[in-house]
Design a protein around this ligand. Structure first.
Ligand SMILES: C[S@@+](CC[C@H](N)C(=O)[O-])C[C@H]1O[C@@H](n2cnc3c(N)ncnc32)[C@H](O)[C@@H]1O
Length: 212
């Protein structure tokens, strides 16, 4: 009987150790999994949105200053940062400070935190300083503006002389985006749809447009 009790105690102790090891293991694989999840999310996003085409449309290069308006969690920002590093800057704006925190984590994990300035802005104003930007990107955001024409006019003042405003959004927003760009006095320079779901429109200020 005494022997049986000792065996039972040893068995319980062994099981306890196994559970501890399991818990520690799940913490490790949990963080590994979340890292994997981040990479999978980025890979899926990149396949769906073709960010290299957005970079091409922006015409940015090392040293450029670019604004990523409504940057969200930074799935596109990371590509912009890579394009303008090491001496350039991405000003990532959003009305939501919490998403910019997630954006910072993504950029820091990619070693690009230094390249990005986060900026919480009001919903009606670009919040961008005048004459300072080579390019301003509006990706999946202009449909949120209550006055898109006024917003675009204000943003035009933030461009450098040959700067451009690039609007990319889902195809069903295209007509409104194009009309707003035109009403704001912008000149459409090119348009493409590298994926079936989204358009990319490149606008310049009238004084930067080639004369006909
Ligand atoms: C659909 S997400 C787009 C994220 C990213 N640009 C992309 O293309 O994947 C829209 C983001 O725009 C932000 N947003 C909405 N209205 C805005 C405004 N008026 N100014 C700046 N950001 C805005 C939202 O908080 C959200 O993070």
């Amino acid at each position: 009987m005494r022997h049986a009790v000792v065996c039972l105690l040893l068995l319980v102790a062994a099981c306890g150790k196994k559970e501890d090891a399991g818990a520690a293991g799940s913490t490790t694989s949990g963080s590994a999994r979340s890292n994997d999840d981040t990479q999978r999310e980025q890979a899926r996003f990149d396949a769906e949105r073709r960010p290299e085409k957005v970079i091409e449309a922006l015409g940015i290069k090392a040293g450029s200053r670019v604004a990523d308006v409504g940057a969200g969690t930074g799935l596109l920002t990371v590509h912009l940062a890579r394009a303008v590093a090491p001496n350039g800057t991405v000003v990532a704006t959003d009305i939501d400070g919490a998403v910019l925190e997630l954006l910072y984590q993504r950029l820091a994990a990619a070693g690009l935190a230094e390249v990005v300035e986060r900026r919480v802005v009001g919903s009606e104003t670009p919040g961008l300083e005048a004459g300072a930007y080579d390019a301003i990107l509006l990706a999946e955001v202009d449909h949120y503006f209550s006055d898109p024409v006024g917003w675009l006019k204000a943003a035009t003042a933030a461009l450098k002389p040959n700067g451009r405003i690039v609007i990319s959004n889902r195809i069903h927003h295209r007509a409104k985006s194009m009309a707003a760009g035109q009403k704001a006095g912008l000149v459409l320079q090119s348009e493409s749809a590298p994926v079936t779901t989204h358009f990319i429109a490149v606008f310049v200020a009238p004084d930067a447009a080639p004369k006909k």
